[in-house]
Write a protein that binds this ligand. Structure first.
Ligand code: PSU
Ligand code: MN
Length: 298
């Protein structure tokens, strides 16, 4: 595991550090914009006074903090492997380049001593999971990694209600950031409530400290809705989701390809509307994560 110099010195000096995942860059956004967005996400973390650490596997080596060439490679190289926890052994042993998911990023960030992590939307229970058993490895990973994850809820392509039930079963603590409603990724309100509300970065930091004091091993999910005026129009969202799910079934897509397929479907079929929402929500999460990381140092 190679920790970038800037990240290592920030950790040693007790400054705020935010982990960032790389699958959103390689598989979640169109290639034309992904390098630019990856830089914007890091910029948003810096804007809050924290140091970004984008995590990926480059030529078989885990990197905690990517330089610009690494970021560009993850964004544009078509052979980059979507790497969840169970892929890490093979990707590293074969010297491959892999983009880490929420699950593997959380695991690696925690090993590096990072306390706060930002992504777009958490993975979860897929629609039809009662038959397919398709539940993201993000959920069990968060049950065993004590990190704060700032996200815009779970992706709306999922079964949100079932995902919330699983988060409860797995004892993953959940707070709404300035809201009592669980966000729906592209939209502010998924239709479900959250059990707890945090009104500021300092309140989130207080929850984290309390959890640390008790030695709780699970993650804290900080659900931060997309900003006012930035969410996708509801009817466009619902129609695109319906057609995307039909295409998914018709083409027989399964396993780790499901989420990238549906995200790409949205980006293509909304002519950039979902892409802009995805960018806006992840930048908002990066900013809040930076504020939480700094609040933890106070
Ligand atoms: N959030 C986004 N875009 C993404 C993802 C999250 O805005 O592409 C990625 C994350 O890496 C997450 C993964 O871990 O999607 C979930 O994939 P799966 O459903 O196969 O577990
Ligand atoms: Mn899956």
């Amino acid at each position: 595991m190679i920790i970038a110099d800037e990240v290592r010195s920030a950790l040693e000096d007790g400054r705020g550090v935010v982990a960032l995942e790389s699958t959103i860059i390689s598989h979640g956004l169109p290639t034309e914009s992904s390098a630019r967005v990856a830089r914007q996400i890091e910029h948003a973390v810096r804007g809050s006074g924290a140091v970004p650490a984008t995590i990926a596997v480059v030529d078989g080596q885990v990197r905690i903090g990517l330089d610009d060439a690494g970021l560009e490679r993850i964004a544009t190289d078509p052979v980059v492997v979507k790497s969840s926890i169970r892929d890490l052994g093979n990707v590293c042993a074969a010297g491959l380049t892999g983009a880490t998911t929420v699950a593997s990023t959380a695991y690696l960030a925690h090993r590096a001593g990072i306390r706060v992590f930002a992504t777009g939307g958490l993975g979860g229970v897929h629609r039809g999971a009662a038959h397919s058993f398709d539940e993201s490895a993000d959920l069990p990973a968060l049950a065993s990694v004590p990190i704060a994850l700032v996200c815009a809820g779970v992706k709306s392509i999922l079964d949100v209600g079932a995902t919330l039930e699983r988060l409860e079963t797995l004892s993953v603590e959940l707070v709404g950031y300035g809201t009592s409603r669980f966000p729906g990724f592209y939209i502010q309100d998924s239709g479900y409530a959250v059990p707890w509300v945090a009104r500021s970065a300092d309140e989130v930091a207080a929850v984290l400290r309390a959890r640390d004091g008790l030695g709780l091993p699970q993650a804290l999910v900080v659900a931060n809705p997309i900003a006012d005026g930035k969410e996708m129009p509801r009817d466009l969202h619902d129609a695109t989701l319906a057609s995307g799910l039909e295409a998914l079934a018709a083409q027989g897509i399964t396993g780790k390809d499901v989420t990238p397929f549906l995200l790409a479907w949205f980006h293509e079929h909304t002519h950039g509307v979902s892409l802009q929402a995805n960018i806006d929500l992840v930048l908002g999460n990066a900013q809040v994560a930076g504020e939480v990381a700094c609040a933890l140092t106070r």
